[in-house]
Design a protein around this ligand. Structure first.
Ligand code: 3UK
Length: 530
């Protein structure tokens, strides 16, 4: 039987010139080539053309330069989705500086970590997110020099409007295709995120291989993504892919609740819709009060990523709306989707076929290729992969092997070349498409005085999607109760990001341990399953 090493034939050749600036490619190129009047962004009542994005990102770049930002320096963006995100992201790249879009759902101690790990000298923060930043004592942020607020500034901060009032003339930095353009932080097993360093050329490969190769994205497309711009997934869906082809992206700052999403779809009539399995489940659970159904007829393709899309969700969505959902696997490190179902040949429950332009290998724990039908560790080769993790050399060496990157996923391939997800090789969970470290939740639970020890695993909910479950050993003198379980859930919610709270708490006398005292989470998983 053929070993699972795959390289798709007829891969498009992606050529990126040696001197290359991603922001110029995404925006200024369209203006130069006469497409400046096209609408780039729709957001609320606002409509912004490519020429306006080009001009406003120049102004931001000039403003940042005035504040002392230099080439290669990091600028952290803590912004909700909207035009300002785009101006700032592109403005930073135009200067040759490095943008770090950040998860807006985190807590002050997470932001302290990101700001200090990256040593950014400047932060651009949305007005509504300012409290999560302001709660960090300033003397705990030794590298940060300037704060720019999108919205109404506080006393010691600048406003983004001031930057947007700077001159519009700018010579875009003559970056190389291999200069760092942006970092994306991804949670690790210990709960400390690692900054994946992406270069100016990386996004071009995702645009060509996945955007054009799989979705056949066109200038007439209007994407809407429930996943926000700070995720690699959202950044590709709503910024790099549509901007590269001169399409119109629909941005929306609010939370992706079903009423919000249906309202956005009916108002803006997107042609492409991107979400995560948990969200497809929520959309399916939501009905219109008058008995009619929502109008999704504008959508030519829907995409799911972040975690495996259960077959049942695919089928229910397809039956109700007549739309195919293309499940595909991507990662922060590889930047976007590298294995995907394709229009007209979806195999529900699978992650689909290799995206042409990437190569895949499935190997056993000794590195030998496994035959089709056998589970192996998935490695990927492709030119959108990050260069390394910032300041994490050991993790980099564990993950990136020359041209290949270990995804950390177990997969098997069927004889037709479809890839089937078979779990993670570590204990990390995906909750609503977002990484969650069991260790971070366990450490938080243990901070509660009633808790002696905790073990956290993923357990499947009614939609077959993973959510955190905690096994808790109580401290002496404490007794189990429903109210204590509730108290522990609230405790976690108050300390770490809301989506990390355990949805179930079960009290046990002891946790299964190895001889060296490590919690055996696989035994807890068996217990929960059986
Ligand atoms: C898991 C999936 C099964 C898998 C992402 C699209 O999710 C993205 O990036 P992350 O770094 O997580 C990567 C990991 O998530 N995963 C993602 N998609 C699937 N598992 N089926 C799927 N369809 O463990 C993978 O290693 O948060 C998704 C585009 C860009 C992305 N960064």
């Amino acid at each position: 039987m053929a070993a699972t090493i795959e390289r798709a034939v007829q891969a498009p050749a992606v050529i990126v010139p040696e001197q290359f600036n991603l922001a110029d490619y995404l925006v200024d190129r369209h203006v130069r080539e006469g497409r400046g009047d096209r609408v780039a962004i729709l957001c609320g009542d606002e409509s912004v053309t490519y020429a306006q994005v080009a001009e406003r990102s120049n102004r931001v770049a000039n403003g940042l330069r005035t504040l002392g930002v230099r080439r290669e320096e990091r600028v952290v963006l803590l912004l909700l989705d909207g035009p300002a995100f785009v101006y700032c992201f592109l403005g930073v790249l135009k200067l040759g500086a490095v943008a770090i879009p950040t998860n807006t759902l985190l807590k002050p101690h997470d932001y302290r970590y990101l700001l200090n790990d990256s040593r950014a000298r400047l932060l651009i923060v949305g007005e509504s997110l300012l409290p999560a930043f302001s709660a960090i004592p300033r003397d705990e942020l030794p590298y940060l020099e300037h704060v720019v607020v999108a919205g109404k500034p506080s006393q010691d901060a600048r406003s983004l409007d001031e930057l947007l009032a700077r001159p519009a003339d700018l010579t875009v930095a003559d970056t190389s295709r291999d200069d760092a353009a942006f970092w994306l932080y991804s949670s690790g097993t210990t709960g400390f995120p690692k900054g994946a360093v992406h270069l100016h050329h990386d996004a071009v490969h995702t645009v060509e291989l996945y955007g054009r190769g799989i979705l056949s994205v066109q200038p007439t497309d209007r994407p809407l993504s429930a996943a926000k711009l700070f995720f690699a997934y959202g950044l590709g869906n709503s910024l790099t892919v549509p901007f590269a082809v001169g399409a119109t992206t629909i941005l929306w700052p609010g939370p992706p609740t079903p009423p919000n999403i249906y309202a956005q779809i009916e108002r803006y009539r997107p042609t492409l819709f991107y979400s995560v399995p948990t969200n497809y489940g929520m959309l399916l659970a939501h009905r219109r009060e008058d008995g009619g159904d929502f109008d999704l007829s504008s959508i030519r393709l829907a995409v799911s990523a972040g975690e495996a899309l259960p077959k049942a969700l695919y089928e229910r969505f397809n039956q109700r709306f007549g739309i195919e959902i293309l499940d595909g696997i991507g990662s922060t490190e590889i930047l976007h989707i590298f294995i995907s179902n394709r229009p007209g040949r979806v195999r529900p429950g699978s992650s689909g076929e290799l995206v042409p332009g990437y190569e895949a290998r499935l190997v056993d724990d000794h590195g030998a290729a496994v035959p089709d039908g056998t589970i192996g560790n998935l490695l990927i080769k492709g030119d959108s992969t990050c260069a390394y993790y910032w300041n994490k050399h050991e993790r980099t060496k564990d993950t990136i092997e020359g041209h290949w990157i270990r995804t950390g996923d177990k997969y098997w391939r069927d004889e037709d070349g479809y890839y089937w997800y078979a779990g993670r090789s570590d204990d990390m969970l995906k909750v609503g498409g977002i990484w969650v470290s069991p260790i971070e939740i366990e450490n938080t639970l243990v901070e509660h005085p009633a808790v002696l020890e905790a073990g956290v695993i993923g357990r499947r909910d009614q939609d077959e999607l993973e959510k955190p479950m905690a096994y808790v050993v109580l401290a002496a003198g404490q007794s189990p109760s429903e109210s204590l379980a509730k108290e522990l859930q609230d405790f976690v919610r108050s300390k770490i990001a809301e989506y990390k709270r355990p949805r179930w708490v079960e009290f046990v006398d002891a946790l299964p341990k190895t001889a060296t005292g490590k919690t055996q989470r696989f035994k807890l998983r068996d217990k929960a399953a059986g």
